[in-house]
Design a protein around this ligand. Structure first.
Ligand SMILES: Cc1cc2nc3c(=O)[nH]c(=O)nc-3n(C[C@H](O)[C@H](O)[C@H](O)COP(=O)(O)OP(=O)(O)OC[C@H]3O[C@@H](n4cnc5c(N)ncnc54)[C@H](O)[C@@H]3O)c2cc1C
Length: 401
């Protein structure tokens, strides 16, 4: 075989998979379609702003991210963990900034709260679970916008158990962290590890079995063989790439939708913005779900923001006007603009049936599937799946397919 282990996709799931495999003695080749690694981790550098960056996607790691932290420890990155300075989130509602607490109905919350501890989370949607647990008006006015800001898509039908998973916190680690030049340091550090090779601009378009291993076809028709294969891409691409002898898994995974997000990145000179420091905006009724600021790591010259818009809601010019309105800024003062297309899985109630079907078909084989659509969409959820898949592949001993 050309390679022992090939991974398709160089997001955190794929690079995590390569890391676990390499540590288990299986050198790994990671094939990435785009010209950069990291996927949803994308610390965007503004070219005209002397190395100033803003996160276009993932922006925060937490001390509850045990798998991520154990990897960072192992690859010597813990000293790079950098505290995020506290700043408030604000609501953007009816064209005005407002405090989060202004949307809270305290009496309703107090009456409803006991139900939060008695309502089962499993099998419930976000609106069912939190609407019951904090009251319908609290859900409508505060939680629904806050959750959709968090996952950059309508959150009502998302499975409640996949929105937040309880994970133990490490008291010896910063509660919330970034890295000095952004979270993109993490995929970059993983890609530098011994026994991990990453090739960018390599789109995998088909996968076929080859004895107990696999053949992977690239966009330029080159073919590579491997003993073990990991697919670390979004569900619709997994559905396309799964070998034809797994029709039930292909069909099940093909039902999982994706949410498209139009992200607008803006950099301003700090002196040109008359806006108190803020963590970000939760939009209640505008065309964007949320905005995330770079204020958590103050820069002497610039301030940056990522506005996450509903797909196709506004054209580029109107997006800029809407974002500047929310920041109270004059569009003429924007130093640099960038656009990024982000995507996240749009999980729905009953998602576990999809995962169970896939896992049943993968059992006992040398094919792994990972991503941000198994335990939830966070970095830790993605790495949890990668770790479990690689324990299955490399520790349990693979057999036939
Ligand atoms: C705006 C935003 C904010 C977020 N904020 C946070 C946060 O603060 N904290 C947190 O924990 N999580 C956050 N997340 C979620 C988290 O960043 C993602 O869920 C996670 O990074 C996904 O990693 P992944 O590897 O599963 O997928 P991706 O990052 O999507 O990576 C998949 C990779 O596969 C590549 N690929 C696709 N098809 C092919 C192919 N055919 N051949 C080769 N390569 C292919 C893609 O180009 C991509 O690089 C955020 C996400 C977004 C979008």
């Amino acid at each position: 075989m050309d390679f022992d282990h090939i991974v398709v996709g160089a997001g955190i799931s794929g690079l995590g998979a390569a890391y676990f495999a390499a540590r288990a003695g299986h050198p790994s080749l990671v094939l990435e379609r785009s010209d950069r690694i990291g996927g949803c981790i994308n610390s965007h550098r503004f070219t005209t702003c002397s190395d100033f960056w803003t996160e276009a996607g993932s922006h925060t790691g937490f001390n509850s991210y045990g798998t991520l932290l154990s990897i960072l420890e192992d690859i010597g990155q813990m000293p790079r963990l950098t505290a995020k300075e506290e700043a408030p989130y604000q609501l953007w509602r009816g064209g005005q900034l407002a405090k989060i607490t202004s949307a809270l109905h305290p009496l309703e919350a107090a009456i409803s709260l006991p139900r939060l501890f008695t309502t089962p989370k499993a099998g419930a949607s976000v609106s069912e679970y939190y609407g019951r647990g904090l009251g319908r008006r609290n859900y409508r006015d505060l939680l629904s916008p806050a959750f959709q800001a968090l996952i950059c898509q309508p959150a009502d039908d998302f499975p409640a158990e996949l929105l937040f998973r309880r994970k133990p916190r490490r008291k010896d680690v910063l509660r919330k962290f970034t890295m000095p030049t952004g979270l993109s340091e993490i995929p970059a550090a993983l890609a530098r590890q011994t026994d991990i090779e990453v090739r960018t601009e390599q789109e995998v378009i088909a996968v076929a079995r080859d004895g107990q291993g696999f053949r992977v076809r690239l966009g330029d028709d080159e073919e590579l063989g491997c003993n073990y294969l990991t697919l670390a891409v979004s569900p619709e691409i997994v559905a396309r790439l799964l070998p034809d002898d797994l029709p039930a898994a292909k069909a099940a995974v093909g039902t999982v939708g994706m949410a498209e997000i139009d992200t607008l990145l803006l950099a301003f000179r700090s002196a040109d913005l008359d806006l108190p420091r803020l963590a970000g905006l939760i939009s209640v009724d505008d065309a964007f779900y949320s905005a995330v600021s770079r204020d958590y790591l103050a820069d002497p010259q610039y301030r940056g923001f990522a506005f996450h818009f509903r797909p196709g809601a506004l054209d580029a010019g109107t997006q800029l006007t809407a974002a500047c309105r929310a920041l109270g800024a004059d569009p003429i003062k924007v130093v640099e603009i960038a656009h990024v297309a982000n995507r996240l899985p749009a999980l729905r109630k009953g998602h576990q049936i999809v995962v169970d079907q896939l896992d049943a078909d993968l059992a006992g084989g040398r094919l792994a599937v990972t991503g941000n659509w198994f335990y939830g969409v966070s970095l830790e959820d993605s790495l949890t799946r990668s770790r479990q898949e690689h324990a299955r592949l490399f520790e349990a001993g693979a057999k036939t397919h």
